[in-house]
Design a protein around this ligand. Structure first.
Ligand SMILES: Nc1ncnc2c1ncn2[C@@H]1O[C@H](COP(=O)(O)OP(=O)(O)O)[C@@H](O)[C@H]1O
Ligand SMILES: [Mg+2]
Length: 355
């Protein structure tokens, strides 16, 4: 039997725990003429929940992940390539003829999809304007399209003026709705809540929380049952306690527990063995990370791992606060009602180093 847990990619159908309320809420947006901004820490299930809501809707959509985009020209090419997935070239050829810079289009013989490229060195703003205009013109008031820009917090890294350019283009559009997803909490809120930002109050802001414990427990214990007929419920509880209900790490731990039960059936405590396996196999990465942390950060991480209070007088409050903010921005630390280390296995590695 195949491993019933999945982590690292967008989860669909059988790997998805019902986030019924969130999916319904996003669906409502997908059907409306409004824009949506979805924020959560990394790996909380943003991409998955949006993919799920879109799959339940009959509206056309295009998704581009800004983390995989290398320049504004590349963004334009990727938008156009995604556009060709929902519109065959024959029907929009006349619209392409309006392009000021004509793209090179080739059919990829392996995927059968259209590859798009632009001549290097051309003005990327023109490309983006033309591609956006094409998408707008190919749609109408009654046939609106949704553009999903995932990992939107990368926008200013691509080009420091891209936010202004993009907003100026969007201003004129009537047939496109946007869903903008992002992690790195503070940067996303800067983009949407700072008065000076071009994206100030751009759309409805939604925050995604962790999965409800009850649903996730049921999901895990049902899937663990074939290998742990008597203890699957208890095991599910231990997994969720260990990960604090984090979607990604819970699936990662469950997948490893499943593997242990297949490969080492004599193992009595599959959870501890799985934790050990994950911590050891990531040891090198953790070590590299650790070496690059400043002393203050190391001290803060050790304090968080051991639940030691931060305000001991060792460091001034302002230093602690700015270090925490930075580590939160970089994704090592998350804040729900208190600061925590994001990765429970990294936390375990830190604890092992202290002892
Ligand atoms: N609804 C869900 N049910 C079960 N697992 C989920 C769910 N949403 C996310 N996950 C787990 O979390 C991982 C990260 O999800 P993803 O959608 O990529 O998060 P994000 O886009 O917020 O970084 C997935 O690979 C999966 O293991
Ligand atoms: Mg994502």
């Amino acid at each position: 039997m195949e491993n019933p847990f999945k982590f690292g990619t967008i989860v669909e159908a059988e790997y998805f725990t019902d986030k019924i309320e969130e999916v319904a809420y996003i669906r409502h947006f997908v059907e409306s003429a409004n824009h949506l901004i979805l924020i959560s820490p990394r790996r909380f299930g943003k991409s998955s929940v949006v993919a799920k809501a879109l799959s339940q809707s009959c509206r056309k959509s295009i998704t581009v992940n800004l983390q995989q985009v290398t320049s504004v020209a590349d963004l334009s090419a990727k938008l156009l390539r995604e556009f060709f997935k929902v519109h065959p070239l024959e029907r929009i050829r006349h619209l392409i003829s309006h392009f000021r810079i004509i793209p090179t289009l080739t059919t990829n013989p392996i995927t059968g999809l259209m590859d798009v490229s632009f001549q290097p060195g051309v003005d990327a703003s023109i490309l983006l304007e033309d591609v956006m205009e094409l998408i707008e013109h190919a749609h109408t008031q009654d046939d609106r399209i949704i553009i999903v820009l995932d990992d939107f917090q990368e926008i200013l890294d691509l080009d420091s003026h891209l936010d202004k350019k993009l907003r100026a283009i969007m201003q004129k559009q009537k047939h496109i709705n946007y869903i903008l997803l992002g992690s790195q909490e503070s940067m996303m809120t800067d983009i949407f809540e700072k008065k000076k930002s071009p994206f100030y109050h751009f759309g409805e802001m939604m925050r995604l929380g962790k999965l409800p414990r009850g649903d996730f427990h049921q999901y895990l214990s049902e899937r663990l049952k074939p290998r742990f007929p008597d203890t699957s419920g208890e095991l599910a509880d231990r997994i969720l306690d260990y990960t604090g209900c984090h979607p990604y790490y819970s699936q990662q731990l469950a997948a490893n527990i499943w593997n242990i039960s297949v490969l080492q059936p004599e193992e009595e405590d599959a959870l501890s063995a799985a934790v050990n396996h994950i911590v050891v196999s990531h040891g090198l990465d953790y070590e590299r990370l650790w070496m690059n942390f400043k002393r203050t950060n190391k001290w803060i991480l050790q304090s968080l791992a051991t639940n030691r209070p931060l305000q001991t007088g060792e460091y001034p409050t302002s230093t602690l606060y700015s270090s925490l903010k930075r580590m939160q921005k970089e994704g090592y630390v998350i804040y729900s009602n208190r600061y925590e280390i994001e990765d429970p296995f990294f936390k375990e590695w830190i604890l092992r180093g202290i002892q």
